[in-house]
Design a protein around this ligand. Sequence first.
Ligand SMILES: [Zn+2]
Length: 360
Amino acid sequence: MFFDNMPKAELHLHLEGALPPRTVLQLAKRNGLLDLLPGETEEAIARWYVFQDFYHFMDVVRTIKNLLRTAEDFALAVYDAGRELAAQHIRYAEITVTPYTYIGFLKQGVTIEMVLEGLEAGRQRVRSEFGVELRWIFDIPRNRAFADYHNGGDYVAGAAENTLEFALAGKDFGVIGLGLGGNEINAPPEPFAHVFAEAKRYGLKSIPHAGESAGAKSVWGAINDLQADRVGHGVRAIEDADLLHTLAARQIPLEVNLTCNVYLKFVSSLKEHPLPELDRAGVMVTINTDDPTLIGTTLSKEYQLLVDIFGYSTADVIRIARNAFTASYAEPDLKARFLLEFDTWANNMASQNALKSPHS
Ligand SMILES: [Zn+2]
């Protein structure tokens, strides 16, 4: 594929959604949890991965989370996810992990020390073997912070405050931001203002999901109440011209996930995805996969969609791919190094003037 060789950064990627079937099988085997899986072969796991609907998808994600029980499990997951990234020439990734789900919800004996030890061991191995740099976003499972998981109700302390503690504990181990994931319906951003303010006081970035399942109001809440530095999804900002203007004026980047939005039915088809309109409005957009192995995509494929579905030129794809490095929270010297690598590749492409047609 044309964009395979382009050096890439990915900013919106959930650890459990980035694991190949092989890893899931291995985790289940070594923890004696094969009965949680629908089969004992990679083929069976691959069939189970195939996207059916939102509920099946959530069931797969929950099951995978339940297989991670030790520091070694987290290290293996990170290593295998890192290998997948390296194969796509992804040079840098900010991966979302939800420690509260393991520690406070599943309660299978996982501690924050185990999570951090495993993530760090995996990350170092990925760096030394593949030269890929990883950073973490620890996200709050938003629905667990309301009295009624499905219907909202009063805000309850716990999930958010604990996640903040975990993220602060992880600052020396590559955690760069606090996130907010889950279903936005009945779980608005405003009640989380205090934890995000605290996170920012300690130098973490505010990177909530907003404007995926809920509309523009949720994105306004993310930028006004959570002081979002970057927004996960944010595509429903398209519903509000003032919001578009604000996002563009302040250059608050959006992490767009094309295929994922369509699979989860937040956008009716790729053709109707608002990405080109957001881009034309001057919003800083980045392209990501969210859960590549579970929705059967890769970052290269997502870039190819810009060409195949929206008719983007190679130059436009390169412009957008560069945004992911710019909008990353890599330390300045690292960011400069990756941008140089990216620009060198882009200049080579331009000077070859070969620009083999990206149209597949
Ligand atoms: Zn996400």
